[in-house]
Design a protein around this ligand. Structure first.
Ligand code: FAD
Length: 696
């Protein structure tokens, strides 16, 4: 059997937003460099693989979505391996490795991967390499890069322990090709360094410099590292840089005249709807500005329940698209039609034209609506940019940022600073990549989700959404900017924005020229009011986290009106904000719910209000402090009355603090240690009685 055929493994990915897919593709790409060949497939493509008879090692890359769920593309696969009728040794022939992706800011970290891992194990499949769990909260690459690095040896061992003589041949052959590859890689690296060593180029100051003098110069002019500059030891290190990712797209720009403006089509379930109202919910001097939008969905079949969310399509900022075009020297071609083809002789495995790039869209349209130009460039993108950078010291710095030795600099000056490609082009002015490189490396511009803050029983044909305008202060790496979607929305509705205090019920005169937005309902599978209205409900929603609970309460108010004889469970709401008079969202509506009996308990706290002089005890600052004050009630509702706890809002701090508080309350109430309290909480989650709708 020829070596190539034997050193073959399979990569299966389950991706929600493309991360797992791009890591799987990276593994596939690197396989060749390590003397292996790999097939790659999405888990949803059931006709492309068959684990029941798979004799090759399999590498899974699986992300996590929602409340710890596997990605949509993996759901069918999970159902299949969950099938209880399968014998326990059904997959005992299978050798696999699994890389899970998740975010520790959310509960159920990496649960998508963990679920698949545990069912594969139950069916007798065996690991040939330890599972990796990568955390987007701290940077996926911290785990992903070393995990991939270790994979090759593990694969080699996996092949060599597989007992056929063919596989023995393959193991030898792999080793050989690894040697071959190691030398290829070394060559690659040497070539990179020679780029600097051999070439004598003009420095920014017009001097002719070599790499040695670049290092000296950087070291002597700056003692503090920045995005643009490094300091010793990094500036003097020999670098290990990733292999150059193969290019795979060819872009043609056609015609500049009479190109009709490309518009967003109503497709993929999106509809363009008018924004019938926009009201500022916070005082002008509040720390954050919260805005309520009312969307008129009466002409669409957009059915929703409180607890569901809506996806909004938002464009990149015009000014950023214009500047990007300028930097790419493509301003004159912005109205050209873009044709995207695969490069005929690309060495990229499984290369295909990304689905999110339409054929024949105008260049401006694609940069505005299709590519996340604000995304943080991965190391492979930095590596690719090096080859389109003229200036030697800029080249060197880009190589450092994508190198093993420069990981800490990458983390602080690129990832943690949320640098985007435009920031890089500003920082490295001699870098002018071709359009194809951007199309290859920029991910799809994702819609942003917003929880419905209304019930259609209360507002037929309408849905309310509430958002905080996200602000990112200026940093050395980039100017101040607003969140992409929230910054766009606030500008988009400026002509109809009503000031704080405007009654939501007031009618707007003249609705002909309302701003419009493309939206799509994003139903939640679990975050809904309990089907039995007698079940008591505890809602924890500080800030804009209150949004879905306004929907719950409007719904319950209407149900109570319609069924006056019926019994309804208690509803508790724990709300928090900074100042009672500045950002207490929906204050009047919440007080009305209390007044008419819909809301049994409204428990609020204000984190930045000064305590009254007369106050003797510490006032609760955050929602979790109020949960402690009401610990007995909370424990009774959850443990005795079989009630439901809903938490909505900030994933980074609040949801974690609330979870810790819940463990404390349950531990104290039942006299349990932390581990046993965790089991009870896990049980509540399993029963769908502890539900989270959290975002960062
Ligand atoms: P983006 O531009 O996407 O920036 C957001 C994140 O990117 C930041 O948190 C940060 O991590 C990073 N980032 C980008 N640039 C920088 C920078 N320069 N410096 C530092 N960090 C940076 N939000 C609401 O307000 N109300 C809701 O009801 C709501 N419901 C949601 C429901 C669901 C199911 C989900 C998943 C999310 C929900 N969100 C809600 C969050 C919302 O979808 C958006 O994430 C949020 O509005 C920010 O979007 P943006 O485009 O303005 O910000």
């Amino acid at each position: 059997m020829p070596c190539e055929a034997a050193a073959h493994f399979l990569i299966l990915y389950g991706s929600q937003r493309g991360q797992a897919q791009s890591i799987a593709e990276e593994i596939c790409q690197q396989a060749a460099e390590h003397g292996f060949t790999a097939d790659i497939s999405c888990l949803s493509k059931h006709d492309k693989y068959n684990l029941d008879s798979e004799s090759r090692p399999v590498v899974f890359v699986v992300s996590t979505t929602g409340d710890g769920d596997p990605p949509d593309t993996a759901l069918k696969f999970v159902r299949k391996i969950k099938n209880k009728s399968l014998p326990h040794d059904h997959l005992s022939h299978l050798r696999y490795a699994l890389l899970g992706l998740g975010d520790t800011n959310y509960a159920n970290f990496c649960n998508g991967g963990k679920t698949i891992d545990s069912y594969l194990q139950k069916l007798g499949a065996k690991h040939f390499y330890a599972t990796g769990h990568a955390d987007d909260g701290t940077g996926l690459e911290v785990v992903v890069d070393p995990w991939i690095e270790g994979l090759w040896d593990a694969l080699k061992k996996a092949f060599s322990t597989m007992s056929t003589s063919d596989q023995q041949t393959l193991s030898d052959c792999t080793q050989d090709s690894n040697h071959q590859n190691a030398s290829d890689q070394k060559k690659n690296l040497e070539v990179d360094l020679q780029l600097l060593k051999l070439s004598e180029v003009d420095s920014p100051k017009g001097k002719t410099v070599t790499s040695d003098s670049i290092a000296t110069e950087i070291g002597s002019t700056s003692s503090v590292a920045s995005l643009k500059e490094s300091v010793p030891p990094l500036s003097e290190s020999v670098l290990n840089v990733p292999a150059l990712p193969p290019s795979y797209l060819e872009i043609l720009l056609v015609g500049t005249e009479n190109v009709e403006e490309t518009v967003l089509p109503d497709k993929d379930g999106y509809f363009e709807v008018p924004i019938s109202k926009a009201v500022q919910l916070t005082q002008d001097d509040a720390v954050k500005t919260a805005i309520l939008l009312e969307l008129d969905i009466s002409q669409q079949e957009q059915v929703y329940q409180p607890g569901d969310a809506f996806d909004i399509l938002c464009p990149n900022r015009d000014s950023e698209v214009e500047e990007l075009l300028l930097k790419l020297d493509l301003q004159m071609q912005k109205n050209c039609t873009v044709q995207v083809n695969l490069l005929k002789n690309t060495s990229k495995k499984a290369a295909k034209v990304p689905l999110h790039i339409p054929q024949n869209g105008s260049l401006q349209f694609i940069l505005t609506w299709c590519l996340e130009i604000r995304s943080t460039p991965k190391k492979a993108f930095l590596r690719a940019l090096v080859d389109f950078t003229q200036n030697a010291s800029e080249k060197r710095r880009l190589l450092e940022l994508c190198s093993k030795q420069g990981s800490a600099d990458y983390n602080s000056f690129v990832r943690d600073s949320s640098v985007c490609v435009l920031d890089l082009l500003r920082a490295f002015p001699s870098c002018c990549p071709p359009l194809s490189l951007l199309f290859e490396h920029l991910p799809k511009l994702q819609p942003r989700a917003y929880s419905a803050a209304s019930s259609s029983l209360q507002h037929p044909g309408k849905v309310h959404l509430v958002f905080n305008v996200v602000e990112f202060p200026a940093r050395p790496e980039h100017p101040a900017r607003k969140g992409l979607c929230t910054g766009w929305l606030v500008d988009h509705v400026s002509s109809i924005l009503e000031p704080h205090g405007t009654a939501l019920a007031s009618e707007r005169p003249g609705t002909s020229a309302l701003p419009k937005v493309h939206v799509r309902a994003r139903p939640s599978s679990t975050f809904h009011l309990p089907s039995d209205p007698c079940v008591p409900v505890v809602m924890v929603g500080p800030g804009t986290g209150v949004a879905p609970f306004i929907g719950f309460l409007q719904q319950r108010e209407k149900e109570r009106e319609a069924n006056q004889e019926a019994t309804f469970g208690e509803m508790w709401l724990f709300f928090g904000c900074r100042h009672k008079d500045k950002d207490f969202l929906f204050r009047e509506e919440l007080e009305k719910f209390v007044h008419n009996g819909t809301l049994s308990h409204l428990i609020v706290c204000f984190s930045r209000d000064e305590p009254d002089a007369a106050e003797t005890v510490n006032r609760p600052t955050y929602v979790q402090h109020n949960l402690i004050l009401h610990a007995k009630n909370l424990a009774k509702i959850l443990l005795e009355d079989k009630g439901c706890l809903y938490v909505c809002g900030d994933a980074k701090n609040m949801a974690k603090d609330v979870n810790d508080t819940l463990l404390e309350i349950i531990g104290n109430e039942l006299q349990l240690d932390k581990l046993d309290a965790m089991k009870i909480v896990a049980g509540l989650r399993e029963d769908k009685r502890y539900l989270q709708d959290i975002w960062s």
